[in-house]
Design a protein around this ligand. Sequence first.
Ligand code: FE
Ligand code: FE
Ligand code: ZN
Length: 276
Amino acid sequence: MLNIGCHLSSSKGFYHMGEESLSIDANTFQFFTRNPRGGSAKDIDPQDAQKLNELMKEKKFAKILAHAPYTLNACAKVESIREFAHNTMLDDLKRMEFVPGNMYNFHPGSHVEQGVETGIKLISDQLNAILWEDMHTTVLLETMAGKGSEVGSRFEELREIIDRVELKDKMGVCLDTCHVYDAGYDIVGDLDGVLTQFDKIIGLERLQAIHINDSKNPFMSHKDRHEKIGEGSIGTEAFERIINHSELRNLPFFLETPNDLEGYAAEIKLLKSLYK
Ligand code: FE
Ligand code: FE
Ligand code: ZN
């Protein structure tokens, strides 16, 4: 069975996202832990979280994916910005304990003139300060498109971050198809080659989730503009190979395409029809 879901609004709580997923034939979903531009989060309703836990068990959901606000910058030059990222991520991860056994994805950050090595060091320092031994969430680094001074557009950079993290068993990677294609990994012409590279550099066992997005821009554009499945430069045939690939087919796939719920439902239907 294809494990697939889409990005949903968390404004009505956990259980609502579970039900919304079922209504579009999805068995997982992604959500922002709080306003995507940062800011404070609503208090967790433990009963609401527990209702989702039960629903997920009953309906055999795949792991769900929380997404950190995308403005967080763990490797900012300014200390107060790094501190904000620290506090937000730590708070998010504490909240994730209400839905244990799932995943939390974040953008590694932008090093802004400090250089990628400094960026990598700051990000891993921050993870070392945040992660704790008996937490129940896997933290995923997202592969980035490489716009501006983003860290994480090369597999080597993600590997270096993980290398420096002490609690490595808490760490994984989320591969975003739009981002890696924009970054210059040819998942259209040479999917096997890209996955071999991923395996050699990071290790495929770290790959825990896929953001499945087409791209508005051509290969290696370093742009990061998502497109609907089949309407961008990656194309339906490449997605058919991606969801069926022996190394990927059992992972959870998350759509972050420009869509409303109906559009997501149609993409889920399309992708399921292509899944062998
Ligand atoms: Fe993201
Ligand atoms: Fe993404
Ligand atoms: Zn993106």
